[in-house]
Design a protein around this ligand. Structure first.
Ligand SMILES: O=C([S-])c1cc(C(=O)S)c[n+]([C@@H]2O[C@H](COP(=O)(O)O)[C@@H](O)[C@H]2O)c1
Ligand code: NI
Length: 419
């Protein structure tokens, strides 16, 4: 299966609804986005698309009509729980959760507090949750397996928000944009925190348009129509023709520390927190360190964009007073997912593939344990049935990846959660 890539052109700015409009214009099914949103927020918002022009250029404007009363703020934990409880494709859930984790981290930095303490105002409102889930659903629907984006026009001046009048680029955008190339690009708020969070979470790098065999293009309109500058976000979708991700590898970092004085009962929680904060993997190796002391090497593998917060966590969750960090290149096979039915429910089969052929087909173990618990069947029996069902369905090494397989999104940090 070729790598389906999307490049976001944010040279005129980006917001959640603009990106959803662009995906819809590129062919994503808005009804599917609505179903995903309904799974998170039942009977709360309705999506509507409208063909409009911006400075004479045709684009899709997605309206998010809010049908119920919205509280003035939500915590990021509330949103994470809504997403965790919703019946969503796994990549949609993971990507949407990662976007809100980034927003929480940025807001916490702006207001000098922790993500747990943060109360989202506009960015936690029903329409913003709908934008984020809708965009992640659109990427799933178009089977986009990797994304990059242009530099981002953020605007200038000031804007009125729940925080009062704030400068543009607004504080959350400046925090989110760490490592991304920004330009002012015009007057007003051209990029919102939700738009910036989607770009930096889902896109692998900030780059000019990569070599693409074009498939479709979509334009998503912002609310305002400026004279002489189209207020649109564009998305270009196609097949990458330059060295593929598999040949190039991905940037990664390895962060390590030798620790001899942490209460061993604290390790499982520390490892879980590191995974929740975006580590691709986190593990311990028993060692004998200086002065002959029994200890552990903690190793955390991550995308470079998550390194700052992971180092921070290592310092707060362990007793170490220093870490070392090394740059790596990581070569991962692309993955795709197929849902199959077995006794007791549906499970997803993860397919690692190369040159269009399956290398590994693995039942998602969380789904196995869920069915095992619900039906009272031993997990190894459910697992055996799942492996046999996958085999029967042709999901086995050497077979082609089926057409209905969904590729995982490109988010390098979150994607590795699936590994
Ligand atoms: O909701 C919150 S906490 C919020 C924080 C900030 C900061 O920059 S801090 C800014 N805003 C403004 O809210 C609106 C809507 O943003 P969306 O991303 O939901 O479209 C926008 O004007 C932001 O600048 C909200
Ligand atoms: Ni804020």
């Amino acid at each position: 299966m070729p790598e389906r890539h999307a490049w976001i052109d944010a040279s005129a700015g980006v917001a959640g609804d603009m990106l959803l409009g662009a995906l819809t214009d590129a062919g994503a099914d808005l009804d599917f986005a609505q179903r995903c949103i309904d799974a998170v927020l039942p009977d709360s918002v309705r999506l509507r698309s409208e063909r409009v022009t911006r400075a004479g250029i045709a684009a899709i404007k997605v309206h998010v009509d809010v049908l119920v009363e919205d509280p003035p703020h939500r915590t990021w934990r509330t949103i994470a729980q809504l997403l965790a409880d919703a019946d969503l494709p796994e990549d949609v859930r993971q990507n949407a959760t990662a976007v809100f984790a980034k927003l929480a981290e940025a807001e916490a930095k702006v207001h000098g507090t922790t993500p747990e303490e943060i109360h989202f105002h506009e960015v936690g409102a029903l329409d913003s949750i709908a934008d984020v889930v809708g965009v992640c659903a659109g990427l799933h629907d178009l089977a986009i397996s990797s994304l990059t984006a242009s530099r981002v026009a953020v605007g200038s001046g000031t804007v009125k928000a729940a925080h009062g009048r704030i400068p543009v680029p607004v504080p959350a955008v400046t925090r989110l944009a760490s490592g991304w190339e920004l330009v002012a690009g015009g007057e007003g708020e051209l990029t919102t925190p939700t738009g910036m969070a989607l770009v930096v979470t889902l896109c692998r790098e900030c780059t000019d348009l990569p070599a693409l065999r074009m498939d479709s293009v979509g334009l998503g309109a912002g609310s305002k129509d400026f004279h002489g500058r189209a207020n649109v976000t564009r998305i270009l979708v196609g097949e990458r023709t330059s060295p593929s991700r598999q040949d190039r590898g991905d940037s990664a970092v390895l962060i390590e520390a030798n620790v001899d004085d942490l209460d061993p009962r604290l390790w499982p929680g520390a490892l879980a927190d590191l995974m929740a904060a975006g580590a691709s993997d986190a593990w311990l190796v028993p060692i004998t360190m200086k002065k002959g002391r029994p200890a552990h090497t903690l190793t955390v593998l991550s995308h470079p964009s998550a390194a700052d917060r992971l180092r921070e966590l290592i310092f707060t969750r362990t007793t170490t007073i220093g870490v070392r960090q090394t740059d790596y290149r990581k070569f991962a096979l692309p993955r795709a997912w197929v849902t199959i039915k077995i006794t007791g429910g549906e499970i997803m089969i993860k397919l690692a593939h190369r040159n269009g052929l399956i290398e590994q087909a693995t039942p998602e173990f969380d789904h196995i344990t869920k069915i095992a618990t619900a039906t009272g069947t031993p997990a190894q029996i459910v697992l055996s049935e799942a492996i046999a069902a996958a085999w029967t369905a042709g999901l086995r090494p050497g077979e082609p990846v089926p057409e209905n397989a969904h590729s995982t999104s490109s988010n390098p940090t979150e994607q590795e959660h699936l590994s």
